[in-house]
Design a protein around this ligand. Structure first.
Ligand code: SAH
Ligand code: SF4
Ligand code: F3S
Length: 449
């Protein structure tokens, strides 16, 4: 245990999150909790008294990263911070972390991090602390209220876990079964975020559209009902949600895109592959056709919706024909953006032991071809927004004097020079230029009538 810091000074901490937005959210809640315990944020990991590595287990590279990161935390004088490993690697490999990395003091799973202060105290008493429980009582009830943070946007986890068991995926094992947080808790958390200045909330879940609950009148509602309720909150300008699963894409949720003005025209709907044979082997329980039907319905109510997706190339048994079907569904859908990955074999998942694992060279080649098509589509989507009148929410300052970076309704980054404005402002702009990853805009000039 390190004890070279000044005991009278406040303890400092650093939380580093990897992986999905849900980990970002968890990282923020851990930071707020440590802040409530009197810890202050440190600039950098190595100098902090406590470092929390909030890890991701989704692909092999992501999971291995934690071990190199732990190694880098040793300081020049041989001392080290208190090290806590949280997140999905902790859940999946708790015992192995303890064995491979003796310098780790605390291992805490994603459903137990509300107990972090006790675990740190136990570790400081000289006993390594491991907590991988998935307790029935919710961690959310035990966390401090959201604190003011001067940001325009925030994540709000509404649903956790996954019951879908896609054959390649570790999430059902690391995050546990699907649970929905209660309606009243979510309204309360949204209100405290809005009071703290947040203008845009992104509702999060591993399968966010599987959220169900009872509203304040005792009616059973789905994610669309929650969105409609949140849209009534004054002060909130925009709502988004991710990640959704095709099978939970209800007509009600699609309809909300047509008439809830605050719900942004953006849909992240992973499809993974275009071949029905591969989709079946992945246990996705949707087909290429049923995916395209959802996109069609969505565009009927919201023609400008930006569609985003996730793809895996090189799933066991994937042939060139199967891969061509993936390119076909990309052409048929027309994506505004997308994430694509090489299949990564994860121990304990059914796909790991399937025959016909695909060669790395074949996967590289397919990934490259897929990404070049997706990049073309992204550039075309960005270019098509040039000349459109729209609005952006200013999220942070840019590198240049008076420059801000905001987001368009379609989740594109937009650069704007407007020294008189502030973070959190929603402004009407004209998009004037489009690069591969961001747009340029000018403030709309209104003519006197
Ligand atoms: N619940 C969401 C997201 C889960 S993880 C969904 O179903 O879409 C995010 C993405 O990581 C997945 O959509 C998938 O594209 C990718 N992924 C998951 N497991 C993977 C694996 N073993 N190898 C490669 N990519 C994987
Ligand atoms: Fe993983 Fe599939 Fe669940 Fe998404 S739906 S988290 S890919 S098992
Ligand atoms: Fe990674 Fe866990 Fe999210 S495995 S993608 S951090 S749910």
């Amino acid at each position: 245990m390190s004890s070279d810091s000044n005991p009278s000074a406040a303890k400092t901490f650093h939380v580093k999150s990897f992986g999905c937005q849900m980990n970002v959210y968890d990282g923020e809640r851990m930071s707020e909790m440590l802040g409530a315990q009197g810890y202050v944020p440190a600039e950098d990991g190595v100098d902090a008294d406590l470092v929390v590595l909030n890890t991701c287990h989704i692909r092999e590279k992501a999971a291995e990263k934690v071990y190199s990161d732990i190694g880098r935390l040793r300081r020049a004088n041989g001392s080290k911070p208190v090290i806590a490993v949280a997140g999905c690697v902790a859940q999946a490999e708790g015992a192995e972390i303890a064995r491979r990395a003796p310098s780790v003091d605390v291992v805490v799973g994603p459903q137990a991090y509300h107990r972090l202060p006790e675990l740190i105290a136990q570790a400081q008493g000289g006993k390594r602390a491991i907590d991988l429980d998935m307790p029935l009582e919710s961690k959310f009830g035990a966390l401090p209220k959201r604190s003011a943070n001067q940001r325009a946007t925030a994540f709000l986890t509404v649903q956790e876990g996954c019951d879908k068991f896609c054959t390649y995926c570790v999430v059902p094992y690391t995050r546990g079964a699907e649970i929905s947080r209660p309606f009243a808790d979510l309204i309360a958390e949204a209100r405290s975020l809005i009071e703290a200045g947040v203008r845009e909330i992104t509702l999060l879940g591993q399968n966010v559209n599987a959220w169900t609950g009872e509203d304040d009148k005792g009616r059973d509602i789905g994610l669309d009902g929650l969105i409609r309720a949140l849209a009534k909150e004054d002060g909130l300008a925009r709502l988004r949600y991710m990640t959704s699963h095709p099978n939970d894409m209800t007509d009600g949720l699609i309809a909300a895109h047509g008439d809830v003005e605050k719900l942004m025209p953006f849909l992240h709907l992973p499809v993974q592959a275009g071949s029905d044979r591969i989709l079946a082997a992945m246990n996705r329980s949707h087909t290429a056709r049923s995916y395209l039907d959802i996109i069609e319905k969505m565009r009927a109510v919201r023609p400008d919706v930006a569609v985003s997706g996730d793809f895996i190339v090189g799933f066991p048994g994937e042939t060139e024909d199967d891969f061509q079907a993936t390119l076909d569904i990309v052409r048929d859908t027309n994506f505004a953006m997308a994430y694509s990955f090489k299949y990564s074999k994860r121990a304990g998942t059914p796909a790991a032991t399937m025959d016909d694992q695909i060669d790395d060279a074949v996967m590289n080649d397919r990934l490259q071809r897929l990404q070049s098509l997706l990049n073309e589509q992204q550039q075309a989507f960005n270019a098509a927004t040039v000349g459109l009148p729209t609005n952006i929410l200013l999220e942070r300052k840019g590198k240049l004097d008076g420059q801000f970076i905001g987001k368009s309704p379609w989740l594109q980054s937009v650069h704007l020079i407007a020294p008189e404005l502030s973070i959190g402002d929603m402004v009407d702009v004209d998009i004037i230029s489009a690069g591969p990853n961001s747009l340029g805009a000018t403030l709309r000039q209104y003519q006197e009538a």
